[in-house]
Design a protein around this ligand. Structure first.
Ligand code: ATP
Length: 590
């Protein structure tokens, strides 16, 4: 199949942000694609060549790409830089320059999908001395055979800036449409994705073996399972009612969620957002090797920094020292951790996700040998509000965030946020009980002490229905001087010239970003707003939802991607819960 057909579909996708249209264009592209290439087309359309958890990125630097454009188009680097400032992306620069050169008549070999994929793959995998020259040679050859439009999309892919707005669930919709013609089959496809975290693998299975095989899909060791997530409620009473009178309470530890996958002596560790973080935690591998029974398993737990002398849990900030690429051995020594398991999903050939919570927990107990560094998260079965309150109090005393309450009968619902797990967090005086994880989409220049840095940030939440980002608040408090410098350096590299199309905002920020940084904020309440666009028109026509008196908590949620941030639907639920609480409170007063 020719890459020109893919580029033509990308051009169509580029011209719309409507989810239904994107789905239809992608489904049509999938239908045209030979079965054995469907996985490659899916990866490429999401701007990658492998699933994220494999950690293989093309990541060509702008400078290298500029040099490749210069040698193909005959223009100087200076001219290219000038155009780059004008267009804001090197793909468009190449398209423009090659168009002027009449590149369409020059190519000697038509580009196929395989060719483009293989070259990008070689570029991604080249390393060591001489790799820069090799990458350039490979890219030059690709560009010399590209039409202007193909060059645009190849370069956007190579620089990690394809951004067609194809989210994971749009791919799932498109796969269901392309292969089954029946929307009802989508959950079966989604289940396979939830168990493997790999859309290409699911697409390939579907294309080669059909829906029947997808129904038999199981966890694959070395592939991350998408995490089961918790809903939130504000009181033990409400939670017990929701769970039918009895529930399993667990400490909500304040660390980093990890999933450990083991196949004999091979280990993989995945983060909450399914990144492969194995190299970061060599100590967890050793602890698992010596304290878990079983040849093959997938277990989940929370890693927490600990005081090595007392074993006490330390605050989350301590653990952040472990997020690094270099100096791991020293960090392992300086910042010791404990691993606290709370679930098991696979054991010695058996997928356990369909077993009820209580059975999984019993199996977990059987295979974990507890000690000072390896534990099972403290738990208790509760039937009364007093028991919940008591356990909550001891969780807080032990340095936890609160509780995760679990339905004893519930299976492990990979990738779902439902009421089978409910989190109950500590109350903050007069404030919302829970924090929000919001995406930094824009910033405002600082004044006074903040001159030369960003003084405030425009934050958005994720609208999964419309596949866009909608503003919730502007935040300027809670930042230390050190935070502000860190933020400036972090954000300046993801600056974009204009507001991205999928950011829906009535506010004009001084600077816009490619949305990817998620931060945690607290606030006093969720209010209706005529300015902010989150959940627009849902509660009242012409009004969105906003966070009042937002304050940065000091935590950058690097374990969360854009689609893991607080969604518009969650925001709406928080607003409704808050209304109910206010109503109840005024009943009590009356
Ligand atoms: P948060 O921002 O509250 O950590 P989240 O979006 O990461 O939330 P949720 O499913 O809403 O995830 O809350 C559960 C999170 O709490 C898990 O992702 C995990 O990191 C953490 N956690 C701590 N203790 C437990 C536990 N006993 N069971 C499950 N999750 C736990």
């Amino acid at each position: 199949m020719l890459y020109s057909e893919v580029a033509a579909a990308y051009e169509e996708m580029d011209n719309t942000s409507k989810r239904l249209e994107l789905t239809k264009i992608l489904a049509d592209l999938i239908k045209k694609t030979p079965n054995k290439l469907v996985d490659k087309v899916i990866y490429l359309t999401q701007g990658k060549i492998y699933p994220d958890f494999m950690g293989i990125e093309i990541g060509l630097a702008d400078r290298s790409v500029m040099r490749a454009i210069a040698s193909t188009s005959g223009h100087s680097l200076k001219e290219i830089e000038k155009k780059y400032h004008l267009f804001g992306d090197l793909g468009s620069v190449a398209e423009d320059l090659l168009q002027n050169k009449g590149q369409i008549t020059l190519f000697s070999e038509q580009l196929t999908i395989e060719k483009v994929y293989d070259v990008l793959d070689s570029i991604a995998k080249s390393s060591g001395p001489g790799s820069l020259a090799l990458r350039l040679r490979l890219l030059n050859r690709l560009l010399a055979n590209s039409s202007p439009k193909e060059a645009k999309y190849i370069l956007r892919t190579a620089t990690g800036k394809l951004r067609l707005g194809i989210a994971d669930y749009t791919v799932l919709d498109a796969l269901a449409l392309a292969f089954t013609d029946d929307k009802k089959n989508r959950p079966k496809i989604e289940r396979a994705y939830n168990l493997s975290g790999d859309l290409g693998l699911v697409a390939n299975n579907l294309a080669m073996n059909g829906l029947k095989e997808i129904e038999k899909f199981h966890i694959k060791l070395g592939h991350p399972v998408r995490p089961m997530l918790a809903e939130r409620l504000d009181s033990g009473k409400a939670i017990l009612e929701k769970m039918g009178g009895t529930a399993a309470l667990e400490y909500k530890l304040d660390g980093e969620r990890v999933q450990i996958s083991c196949n004999s002596n091979k280990f993989w560790i995945f983060s909450r957002r399914l990144e492969n973080i194995t190299s970061q935690y060599p100590d967890l591998i050793e602890l698992s090797k010596s304290n878990l029974k079983g040849k093959e398993y997938v277990v989940e737990g929370e890693v927490v920094a600990i005081d090595i002398n007392t074993g006490a849990y330390l605050p989350f900030q301590e653990l952040m020292h472990r997020r690094r690429k270099h100096g791991i051995a020293k960090a392992v020594n300086d910042y010791p951790v404990s691993i606290n398991f709370f679930d098991i999903l696979f054991l010695d050939g058996k997928d356990l996700t369909e077993l009820p919570y209580q059975n999984r927990r019993n199996i977990l107990k059987d295979i974990v040998k507890s000690n000072a560094r390896v534990n099972i998260v403290p738990s208790k079965i509760a039937t009364t509000v007093e028991e919940v309150e008591e356990f909550m109090a001891s969780a807080i005393t032990d340095g936890c965030e609160g509780l995760v309450v679990k339905d004893q009968k519930s299976v492990y619902r990979a990738g779902a946020r439902e009421f089978a797990w409910i989190k109950l967090k500590r109350e903050y005086n007069g404030e919302l009980t829970d924090s929000l994880d919001l995406i930094v989409v824009g910033a405002f220049h600082g004044k006074g002490r903040r001159t030369g840095k960003y003084g405030a940030f425009l934050l958005a939440s994720y609208d999964s229905l419309n596949n866009d980002l909608r503003t919730v608040c502007k935040v300027g408090t809670g930042f230390s001087d050190e935070n502000l410098i860190k933020f400036f350096n972090l954000l300046v590299s993801i600056k974009v010239p204009n507001k991205p199309n999928h950011v829906i905002s009535n506010i004009d920020a001084d600077v816009w970003f490619n949305p990817q940084v998620v931060i945690e904020v607290m606030g006093s309440e969720i209010t209706l707003s005529s300015i902010h666009t989150a959940a627009m028109d849902t509660v009242r026509k012409g009004n969105g939802l906003a966070l009042r008196f937002p304050k940065f908590t000091g935590r950058i949620r690097s374990d969360k991607g854009v689609s893991d941030s607080t969604t518009n639907t969650e925001l709406l639920k928080m607003y409704q819960r808050q209304r109910k609480l206010i109503a109840k409170h005024s009943d009590n007063i009356l």
